[in-house]
Structures are given as structure tokens and as C-alpha cells.
Design a protein around this ligand. Structure first.
Ligand code: FAD
Ligand code: NAD
Length: 486
């Protein structure tokens, strides 16, 4: 077995969206950067998560929209063209090839080592390469871990033998199962149930809790999505856990699922959308005093808190702050700037909203759930505000009453909730549910991050007739309730 070694400024472990951006920004800061990847550059997001799942969902949402437009409704009746949808999904997953990303990496002067990387003591990473060799990388300044997550399975008898679907199967499958059971009530469950029900599966969603779908969002969001999923034909069962799974006839036969209420269910495939576990079991954490399989807790500059000397950073899903691509990329941009500044001995601008501070992780993490209807949110929910003792005015508005919504769809159903800090008069939380609301999310994010007083929002005039006039209606509701004239 041959072994080589090299020294560089920064080593990044994992080339998903977070790792790629971290390597890019450290390279942009003038540091020599090497990235290590075991599978495909682009990570889970490009190949088994965001990109293929949104490609599966886009025709579902577009068809639902078309069916609400008078004159278009009849043209949009009928089933989806499944082969065309799956072919488009393949395109959007770049046919599971990462050549474009390899080119991009070269264009930003980041070197790539393909193979499984592990920490091997402070500032050291050893990579087992596909040809049976090893490469030892020594980082002068920093190692960044961006190894992401894998599916977190519950501890269930018989689970391995049934070959359950994970997000990888749910986004890359080549056939439509006649009956699909989905375990979980989070984002993956909601999005994949929406997609596969529309593609022709009979979907049953098994949710262990009673608080509804997407329990971390405003309750009305989960209720509206649940209503729509039921209307689309899915069977939703709350307070229902799985206690056992078995393919009685062996591989390829249906799965019998035993439920906590004593009943059972038969499906052709079972998807576990039961959350994520850190992809850290085999990355040498024990060599730097950490526990394999743990999440990596970080400070506000993304340095791993339990490792001395400040050379180890963690960005993206693996730090468990906000498991979304855009937020991992945000973290990577900041961590890259931090590593660059520290390497040059420059002071950090780490005050609230400073260039080296991770303020948005806690104040303004945006998310779109691409269900039908879509759910968009950023900042606090009412429950979080209550839990943290944050005093807020809650302004609700029925988006269906906005002129632009009536133009968008016949019988538009949607709801907005805006949380305004009771003392400072700034927007601190926004949730929109309804068709076409995803493009309103950036305005909400800007409203929160700019911390402008709502009085200034009166000057941000939304065009008529667009759904964005919901902002004006919210301001009017807030003003009228307070008995103000402006
Ligand atoms: C079904 C689904 C849909 C999603 N949709 C969205 C969405 O629409 N929008 C959104 O913002 N987020 C979405 N997410 C979340 C998003 O996929 C993650 O937040 C994102 O992929 C995290 O990026 P990351 O770089 O931290 O990790 P990952 O994307 O998981 O990348 C980690 C990389 O590290 C590599 N790696 C791991 N260990 C090693 C090792 N030891 N050596 C070398 N390489 C290693 C892996 O091979 C991988 O390429 C979705 C998730 C799922 C499951
Ligand atoms: N559009 C998007 O932004 C998007 C899309 C998909 C995923 N994601 C991200 O990916 C992450 C993972 O999504 P997810 O849906 O897998 O996780 P999640 O944490 O959102 O939901 C997990 C669900 O599984 C349930 N669950 C957990 N353990 C269980 C068990 N043993 N039995 C039954 N149910 C169980 C939970 O109660 C919850 O309903 C999320 O944090 C999300 O932010 C984002």
C-alpha cells in the first residue's frame, strides 16, 4: 500500500454544499485548501436530497396551481407523466455525476483528494484512497469538518432485513411503489409523501406524535399541509408508531408493518423519514478527544468547542445548528472568512451581524417546505417566542383576501403570521402558507435581518396585484389593532 503526505493551510473533510463553500472561501482568503470527499462532490443535497426531491415536487405543485386557474383547469387534469418526471429528476441530479463540481473546484483553486478521510490527531487527516493508498494531510491553520448526516433509524426489530427506503431511495427510485408507508412527520416525510402520492403511490404517513406535521412550525402550517395531503388521497395516521417490520415472503415481497395500536399495515416500500444522525462515527474523532458518532458543537465562529487550540471547525448539518443547505453555506462563508482572518492575525468582526458572526443561525433561519401548499418560515414561531419569554405581537392574515392571491388562483387558500417584537417594533418571525409564497421568503428574511422598525416597511411598497401585498395587509392589521393612524 503506497502512502503520500502533503502540507497545506486548510483541510476540509466532506464536499457537500457546506464543505465546498468552506474550501472556496478559505482559498479566496489566500490559503491553500484541500478538500476530501468519499462519494460525490455536492454531497447529499445535489444527489439524494434538495435537487432530486424538488425536481419530483415541481410538477406536483405546478399541476395543483394550474388546476386552480380558470381556463387551464381542464388541461391540467389527468395523471403526471411519470417517466418524464423521473427523467427530469435524473437531469436535476446530474445523473449522479459530479464532473461540473470537479470543474468548479478547479476554478476556485481547491485541490481534491478522493477517499475516506479521518482525523489522526491535531491538524492531521489521513485519507484512504480508492486505489488502496493513503494520503496524510497536515493543516497549518485549520481542519473543517463538513461530513453531514445520515438517516437516523429507530431501533426496530427486523428493520435491516426489510431494506427500508431512506432519503436516497425516496429521491432516486426508478419505480413507483403501489403502496408506500412513510414513517415520520417532518419535512422529508411531508415532501416525499406529497411527491409519491402524486406520482401514483398510495401513501400512508405514520406520525408518532399528536401535534401534527412539522411540529416545529406554526401549528396551522402542519394542519393545512395535512388537509391537502388527505385531499390528495394520502392516509395520515397520528399517534401511531411502528413496532415491527417484516417482509414475510423475503426480498421483493411486501412489508408487513405492525403498529403501536395493535393493528398492521402492508406496503410495498417503507420510507424512514425519522430525522438525521451525524455522519461522524468513523472520522477519527477519538484521536482528538471527541466521541465518535456525536454532533460537533461549535462556538459562534464555528470552532468546535471541545477541542483545544482552536484548529478544528465544523460547518453544515454536522454541527446540528440548522440542517439546511443554504444555512450550511452561510456558515461556510463565515467560517472561511474567520479562518482567513485568524491566519493573517486580523481581528474578528464578531459583533451581532458582523462579518465573522453567525447571527442568522439563531435570528433568521429561512426554510421552504416544498409541499402543496408550500410552507415558508423564518425567525421565531409563536411557540418559540413563548418558550423564550420573547414578548411579541402576533398578526395573522388570510392570504386568500389579497388581490394578488385571487389573481394567482381561484379559491386561493393561504395564511400569514407575522411576529413583531412588542418592545422594538421589528419583525422577528414570519410564516406564510399558500401557493406561490416561497418567493416572499426573502422579503421576510430581509425584514428580520435589517431589524428595521415596521414603520419603515410602509415605504416598501408591494406591487399590485401580487401576493406580496400581504405585507401591506399585515401592517394595516397591526396599525388598526393598536389604534394608530399611520
Ligand atoms: C430528502 C431531503 C431533502 C432536502 N431538501 C432540502 C431543501 O430543499 N433545501 C435545503 O436547504 N435543505 C434540504 N435538505 C437538507 C440538505 O440536504 C442538507 O442540509 C445538506 O445536504 C447539508 O450539507 P452538508 O454539506 O452539511 O452535508 P452533506 O450534503 O451530507 O455532505 C457531506 C459530504 O461529506 C462526505 N463525507 C462524509 N464523511 C466523509 C469522510 N469520512 N471522508 C470523506 N468524505 C466524507 C459525504 O460523502 C458528503 O458528500 C434536504 C435533506 C433531505 C434528506
Ligand atoms: N425543504 C427543506 O428545507 C428540507 C427538506 C427536507 C429535509 N430538510 C432538512 O433535513 C432534516 C431532516 O429532515 P427529516 O424530516 O428527516 O427530520 P425532522 O427532524 O424534520 O423530522 C423527523 C420526524 O421523524 C419523527 N421521528 C423521529 N424518530 C422517530 C421514531 N423513532 N419513530 C417515529 N417517528 C420518529 C419526528 O417526530 C419527526 O416528525 C431537517 O432538519 C430539515 O431541515 C429540509
Amino acid at each position: 500500500m503506497k502512502g503520500t503526505s502533503r502540507v497545506c493551510d486548510v483541510v476540509v473533510l466532506g464536499a457537500g454544499p457546506a464543505g465546498e463553500n468552506l474550501a472556496d472561501r478559505t482559498s479566496a482568503a489566500g490559503l491553500t485548501s484541500v478538500i476530501v470527499e468519499n462519494e460525490l462532490l455536492g454531497g447529499e443535497c445535489s444527489f439524494w436530497a434538495c435537487e432530486p426531491s424538488k425536481a419530483l415536487l415541481r410538477p406536483v405543485v405546478a399541476r395543483a396551481d394550474a388546476r386552480r386557474v380558470p381556463g387551464l383547469r381542464r388541461a391540467a387534469e389527468g395523471p403526471l407523466d411519470v417517466p418524464a418526471v423521473l427523467a427530469h429528476r435524473d437531469e436535476m441530479a446530474a445523473h449522479w455525476q459530479d464532473d461540473d463540481q470537479v470543474d468548479w473546484l478547479r476554478s476556485v483553486s481547491v485541490d481534491l483528494v478522493r477517499g475516506h478521510g479521518r482525523l489522526d490527531g491535531p491538524r492531521q487527516v489521513v485519507v484512504d484512497t480508492a486505489d488502496g493508498g493513503t494520503v496524510r494531510l497536515t493543516a497549518r491553520h485549520a481542519v473543517g469538518v463538513a461530513t453531514g448526516t445520515i438517516t437516523a433509524f429507530p431501533d426496530l426489530p427486523g428493520l435491516e432485513q426489510v431494506h427500508p427506503w431512506t432519503n436516497r431511495d425516496a429521491t432516486a427510485a426508478r419505480h413507483v411503489p403501489e403502496r408506500l408507508a412513510v414513517v415520520g412527520g417532518g419535512v422529508v416525510a411531508v415532501e416525499m409523501a406529497t411527491a409519491w402520492q402524486a406520482l401514483g403511490s398510495r401513501v400512508t404517513v405514520l406520525v408518532r406524535g399528536h401535534r401534527g406535521l412539522r411540529s416545529r412550525m406554526e401549528p396551522f402550517a402542519g394542519e393545512m399541509v395535512a388537509d391537502a395531503l388527505r385531499a390528495a388521497g394520502a392516509d395520515l395516521r397520528f399517534d401511531t408508531s411502528v413496532t415491527e417490520v417484516v417482509r414475510e415472503g423475503g426480498a421483493g415481497s411486501p412489508v408487513r408493518i405492525t403498529l403501536s395500536d395493535g393493528g398492521s399495515l402492508v406496503a410495498d416500500e417503507i420510507l424512514f423519514a425519522t430525522g438525521r444522525a451525524p455522519h461522524t462515527a468513523d472520522i477519527g474523532l477519538e484521536t482528538v478527544g471527541l466521541t465518535p458518532g456525536d454532533w460537533l458543537a461549535v462556538d459562534d465562529s464555528y470552532r468546535v468547542t471541545d477541542v483545544p487550540d482552536g484548529w478544528l471547525y465544523a460547518v453544515g448539518d454536522v454541527n446540528h445548528r440548522a440542517l439546511m443547505t443554504h444555512q450550511g453555506k452561510y456558515q461556510a462563508r463565515i467560517a472561511g472568512a474567520v479562518i482567513g482572518a485568524r491566519a493573517k492575525g486580523e481581528p474578528l468582526d464578531d459583533g451581532r451581524w458582523g462579518a465573522h458572526a453567525s447571527t442568522a443561525d439563531s435570528a433568521a433561519t429561512p426554510q421552504v417546505v416544498f409541499s402543496e401548499p408550500e410552507v415558508t418560515s423564518v425567525g421565531l414561531t409563536t411557540r418559540e417566542a413563548e418558550r423564550t419569554g420573547h414578548r411579541v405581537d402576533v398578526v395573522d392574515y388570510d392570504i386568500g383576501r389579497v388581490a394578488g392571491a385571487a389573481q394567482y388562483a381561484d379559491g386561493y387558500r393561504g395564511k400569514a403570521r407575522v411576529l413583531i417584537d412588542a418592545g422594538r417594533g421589528t419583525v422577528v418571525g414570519v410564516t406564510f402558507v399558500g401557493p406561490g409564497t416561497q418567493e416572499l421568503l426573502y422579503s421576510a428574511t430581509v425584514a428580520i435581518t435589517s431589524e428595521m422598525h415596521v414603520d419603515r416597511l410602509w415605504h416598501a411598497v408591494p406591487a399590485f396585484p401580487t401576493i406580496s401585498e400581504v405585507w401591506l395587509r399585515v401592517l394595516e392589521t397591526y396599525r388598526d389593532r393598536a389604534g394608530r393612524t399611520t
